[in-house]
Design a protein around this ligand. Structure first.
Ligand SMILES: *Cc1c(COP(=O)(O)O)cnc(C)c1O
Length: 219
């Protein structure tokens, strides 16, 4: 059942949109099952859980970190993490850059924006993101690569509202691209869309969807 779902989703989204299979809380055996179907990108939101899964599973998996990341935990994932979706402060950025340097790597990150109506401690707004990108500190970071934006829409049945929030994120992406990443092809990702709203997200320009329950079943 799991396998059919992922093939269905892959067929429906086409080649241009990347699929992150969100495997948080799911056992190694479920992940292996999906991996055996050719899926190589998996998303996790807890550092300890991710580290254990990384150790246990094949090394050609691309692990994405999608949850709130505490600065004191960056060091555990810095040796292998492929993409961090949840960059939401200059402080975290500095730590990622520092740990990436220690590991002789450049770590790719997305700027996470707060686009939902719900209150959340996490996620940037546009002025703060601009301030970070204009900072001297950022200009001196050599081991971090900003590859786009990420956001989560409100948890609501109101499709119009969800659509507008995705439009907002796409708009932020365009503004940042024009002002800070002009002609930089690595600034390319708009990570938006989950099990309940990924079709709306793709219509609004998503390049990367993060799907958990639709692939692995309810958590
Ligand atoms: C859990 C999670 C997802 C996947 O959610 P589903 O509704 O199960 O598809 C996507 N993005 C983030 C940031 C998550 O925490």
């Amino acid at each position: 059942m799991i396998n059919n779902q992922i093939l269905k989703i892959k067929n429906s989204i086409g080649e241009k949109v990347k699929l992150v299979a969100v495997s948080k809380t799911k056992p190694i055996s479920d992940i292996k099952n999906i991996y055996d179907k050719g899926q190589l990108i998996f998303g996790e939101n807890r550092v300890n859980e991710l580290v254990q899964k990384h150790e246990a599973l094949p090394k050609d998996i691309n692990w994405h970190f999608i949850g709130h990341l505490q600065t004191n935990k960056v060091k555990y994932i810095a040796p292998f993490i492929k993409l961090i979706h949840s960059l939401d402060s200059l402080k975290l950025m500095k730590e990622i850059n520092k740990q990436a340097k220690k590991n002789n790597r450049i770590i790719e990150c997305l700027l996470q924006f707060h686009i939902a109506k719900e209150n959340s401690k996490f996620g940037l707004n546009l002025p703060i993101a601009q301030k970070i990108l204009e900072s001297i500190e950022f200009s001196e970071m050599k081991n971090i690569s900003i590859c786009g934006v990420m956001g989560m829409a409100s948890f609501t049945d109101n499709k119009e509202e969800v659509k507008n929030e995705f439009k907002t994120l796409k708009n932020y992406f365009e503004i940042l691209k024009d002002n800070y990443f002009n002609n930089q092809s690595h600034f390319e990702h708009i990570s938006m869309g989950m099990s309940g709203d990924y079709e709306i997200a793709i219509n609004e320009g998503s390049t990367m969807i993060r799907i958990g329950s639709l692939i692995f079943g309810e958590r």
